[in-house]
Design a protein around this ligand. Structure first.
Ligand code: 2P0
Length: 331
């Protein structure tokens, strides 16, 4: 009945200003801490989903190439939830494309699973319900729950066994014309994935309880600073959140080190810029790249300085992005 429907969704990546690192429940993928993010206009995933009765299994194309293995399994797990909700059994063709280099270590799972959740629900004939789409995306990748919304977004810490936990908008993109400069740095050996990394940190880092306690304060500070459009307060809280997350991971046994020399070079350069009166604060996710929070007026200067540093291979300047969107067509 829904087999002729084709849905195309677009979602932007996001970066956490107050980081998520640690789960309250591995099975239901429930975060142990509240995170607050900003959606990035410049990093977009476009995903097409079409349920096709001629298929025996789901098919996945990523940036024009047929994908199998773990990537396909994760897509099928999300599609299975949609099929259950829509009472259908039809397999789907999924084609997904990133506007940024895939494999660059930029947050493609956030925009990817957000776009997939929205497109799959629409193609299956379910209504555009952002809470349900966000909860669905969270089960595949917690940060993806936040990419359903534009602007500034909160994903609350949950309790073990939480059945329904969608992200919530804090303020729309129009609230604040903030800029984020991404410094793409040279990559070292293959990083440990976030899920595995945060599990290892929770099990072995003596700083994990301190991290959990800190997150409560920092997520509230980040949210207050966003609502007040106070870049200094936001930058200080965001920088502390990122560096505390990495300190906690580095204290794990064995140590989990995502920072490369080029990463630290960027962080020091950002601090030096600040000493010269430039509005710039750094944040780092589970990889070597650095994202810098700044103003429209300082963004180009920050970008040029970062681009001149050793190990920085690319820079991207982004505005705050909007909501994930979907278009539905009868094929
Ligand atoms: C974040 N990260 O808040 C943090 C900061 C990375 C560092 O959310 O296990 O791929 O699939 O829920 O969403 C990346 O984690 O983790 C992430 P899972 P996900 O953005």
């Amino acid at each position: 009945m829904n087999s002729g429907r084709r849905a195309v969704a677009r979602a932007h990546a996001n970066i956490a200003l107050a980081k998520y690192w640690g789960k309250a429940d591995d099975v239901h993928n429930v975060p142990a801490v509240t995170s607050v993010s900003v959606t990035l206009e410049a990093l977009t995933t476009t995903t097409e989903v079409r349920f096709d009765p001629s298929l025996a299994v789901d098919r996945l194309e990523l940036d024009g190439r047929e994908a199998e293995g773990r990537a396909l399994e994760r897509v099928t797990a999300l599609l299975d939830r949609v099929r259950r909700a829509a009472s259908i059994e039809t397999r789907a063709r999924v084609a997904s494309r990133n506007s940024f280099p895939t494999g660059s270590g930029l947050a493609s799972s956030a925009s990817g699973f957000a776009a997939l959740a929205i497109a799959a629900r629409s193609a299956a004939g379910l209504e555009l319900d952002r809470d349900r789409a966000s909860d669905l995306a969270r089960r595949s990748s917690a940060s993806a729950a936040r990419s359903i919304h534009g602007g500034f977004v909160r994903l609350r810490a949950g309790e073990p066994g939480d059945a329904f936990l969608p992200a919530e908008p804090v303020a729309p993109a129009s609230h604040w014309d903030l800029r984020v400069v991404v410094a793409v740095t040279t990559k070292g050996p293959k990083k440990v994935g976030s899920t595995e990394g945060m599990g290892h940190t929770a099990r072995t880092s003596p700083y994990y309880p301190g991290w959990i306690a800190l997150c409560q304060r920092l997520s509230a500070e980040v949210e207050r600073a966003v609502l007040a459009r106070d870049l200094r307060a936001l930058g200080e809280a965001a920088e502390q959140s990122a560096l505390a997350m990495h300190a906690c991971a580095m204290a794990a046994g064995p140590a989990l080190i995502y920072l490369e020399p080029s990463t630290l070079g960027c962080v020091h350069a950002v601090r030096a810029m600040r000493d010269r009166g430039v509005a710039a604060w750094a944040t780092i996710d589970a990889g070597p790249h650095v994202k810098v929070l700044t103003t429209g007026g300082d963004a180009e200067r920050v970008r040029q300085e970062l681009a001149s540093l050793p190990g920085v291979v690319d820079t991207i300047v982004s505005r705050v992005g909007g909501d994930a969107t979907v278009e539905l067509e009868e094929a």
